[in-house]
Write a protein that binds this ligand. Structure first.
Ligand SMILES: [Zn+2]
Length: 344
């Protein structure tokens, strides 16, 4: 990163966290992507906390895949900063980190963040870029298309996978191949009035092979925190898309018989817009809270969820269904998410 480059507040925040030195905090650059119109490259920076062993469970946090959804990067960075501060005094955290690994990719699309675009520097929507086709077709345009980068939701040229997408996949699948259980939380904003937790597939209404595991996680969360108001559901209940990266990784993990349970946190930004319609005047305002007190509230709001996921991944044998239980979980999940709403 050259010094002459004007960094966004999120990139500055990330830079400051990298200066923290602790044997429990590691960092590395996954890949570097060119910043168009300059001779500079932007690093895809990963930070890791906790055990380096192969047999520990892993939780991965991802933010900013859509560059314009800056609040997603902010949520991940704020949580990471809290954990880093706690490393200095909180023994329950440092003890816990001996038994699990936390992996952070807070700014997955730095060029999109700098240029305030959903797509990456080549105009490609990274969440439509995977080589996964929706078998019965996808939502018009928004489900992904190959018309060109001048329209949003561009999938890129057939057969071309963007460096950011390849890097994320290598990161996640690398963890899935060595760890007995990997959860991921990918933070986005922009859809609807409510905060949603989506699980795959995005490509079709077909139930995911890990449906019983998702149902067990959903029940665990609901029983432990009955007042959390996330809508927990398959993404395909809302729209079908081509090229979803989490679909791609889910299919590959399944083929390798690895346990990978990604969730997308889709923060409902229409609520912020409704409270402050003037923010519609900017593209940023469509996807991000603008008033300072609302940013603060959003940064606080998801801490309980992220803490829950840390505890849940560490205790995965306590809630993952056994072979016998899977049948019942699967049936309950089908009733809840598929049969009840046959038309999506
Ligand atoms: Zn998004």
């Amino acid at each position: 990163m050259g010094d002459e480059l004007v960094l966004t507040p999120e990139l500055r925040h990330l830079k400051s966290l990298l200066l923290f030195s602790s044997p429990l905090l590691r960092s590395r650059v996954l890949a570097e992507v060119p910043l168009p119109g300059t001779d500079q490259h932007m690093p895809l920076q990963v930070l890791e906390l906790g055990s380096e062993a192969d047999d520990v469970p892993v939780l991965i946090f991802v933010g900013g895949i859509h560059g314009v959804e800056r609040i997603g990067s902010q949520v991940v960075l704020a949580f990471l900063e809290t954990l880093i501060q706690r490393l200095q005094w909180d023994h329950s955290l440092t003890d816990g980190l001996e038994h699990l690994r936390l992996v952070f990719l807070p700014i997955a699309n730095p060029v999109g963040l700098i240029r305030q675009t959903r797509a990456n520097g080549r105009g490609v929507d990274l969440m439509r870029n995977a080589p996964v086709e929706a078998p019965t077709g996808a939502a018009f345009l928004g489900g992904g298309h190959r018309l060109g980068g001048w329209l949003p939701w561009y999938r890129g040229k057939k057969g071309e996978i963007e460096p950011e997408a390849l890097a994320l996949k290598a990161l996640v699948m690398g963890e899935a191949r060595r760890s007995p259980c990997v959860l991921a939380l990918d933070v986005h904003s922009g859809f609807g009035m409510y905060d949603r937790l989506w699980f795959p597939y995005a490509r079709s209404r077909e139930p995911v092979p890990t449906l019983a595991e998702y149902y067990a996680l959903y029940k665990l969360m609901h029983r432990t925190y009955p007042h959390l108001d996330y809508l927990f559901e398959p993404q395909s209940r809302h729209y079908i898309t081509h090229g979803d990266l989490w679909d791609w990784m889910t299919i590959e993990a399944q083929a390798d018989q690895r346990l990978l349970l990604p969730l997308t946190l889709e923060m409902g930004s229409w609520r912020w817009v409704k409270k402050n319609p003037l923010q519609l005047r900017s593209l940023q305002g469509l996807f991000n809270p603008v008033k300072a007190h609302r940013v603060q509230r959003v940064l606080r709001r998801h801490t309980v969820l992220m803490e829950f996921l840390i505890r849940a991944v560490r205790a995965y044998p306590a809630w993952l269904p056994s072979e016998n239980e899977r049948v019942f979980r699967q049936r309950a999940a089908m009733r809840r998410w598929y049969e009840q709403y046959p038309d999506g």
